[in-house]
Design a protein around this ligand. Sequence first.
Ligand SMILES: O=C(O)[C@H](O)[C@@H](O)[C@H](O)[C@H](O)COP(=O)(O)O
Length: 260
Amino acid sequence: MGKPANLYAFKSSAELASNLRSYVLDAQNSAIDRHQTFRVAVSGGSLPKVLAQALLKGSDGKVQFGKWEIFYADERAVPFDHEDSNHKLVKEELLDKIPAELGTPKVYPIDTKYLDDVQELADQYEQTLVSVFAARDSVRLPLFDLLLLGCGPDGHTCSLFPGSELLREAEAWVLPISDSPKPPPKRITLSLPVAQHGLKIAFVATGEGKKDVLRQIFDTDEGQQLPCGLINLKGGDRVSWFVDYPAIDGVSFPARRGSL
Ligand SMILES: O=C(O)[C@H](O)[C@@H](O)[C@H](O)[C@H](O)COP(=O)(O)O
């Protein structure tokens, strides 16, 4: 079984949020020391709300949003005013609430000109990554300072679903999907190699609905084949899980409880 290096479990969402804050601040500070900027990819689902809870309050160190570059780990092929848009969600939960004194992040949403053609939408987003992370011929993969990911009850993450042929893609950085099992069907997603490559990778998974999949990922060999399991296995020590008690009910892999 693959050993996840860092599994942290908390009894309340407030406790989870304040520990996630310390973790993100550490990642932020070392990224800024290294290259004066902090490149983060975020997912949709329940994550943006938790992230807002973590980042908008707290007094331990400073969130330097002015140095942040925010990308989407996956995005749905819908306009920004559509309720399924991850950008809309992140904007409403987090970006619009950042106090001016913390600075303004540079955000890289999809180009909605290409909504009718998901391949083109993915290619254009890949070009956005190329323009930020250097040309494809000079870096094999873009290196995010931090990937902030969710974990679906079926073990999907980003828009990489169990059994999908997209999991075998080795070249592309960003992939189109037209038949997502979770609606809406049309999306783009970071590829598995890009998601596995993050300098730091954090999964946030809360609630009883996650306990079966977390038990598979942490306690069974089969769970290592799920998209979250594949990232967990390859990422090793670079991966941290932030979960609550209901989500690890029945997991035998030891979690550190209460703090980082
Ligand atoms: O756009 C998406 O659909 C998300 O990025 C997706 O990958 C999400 O992170 C998981 O489905 C977990 O979602 P929950 O945290 O809401 O369960």
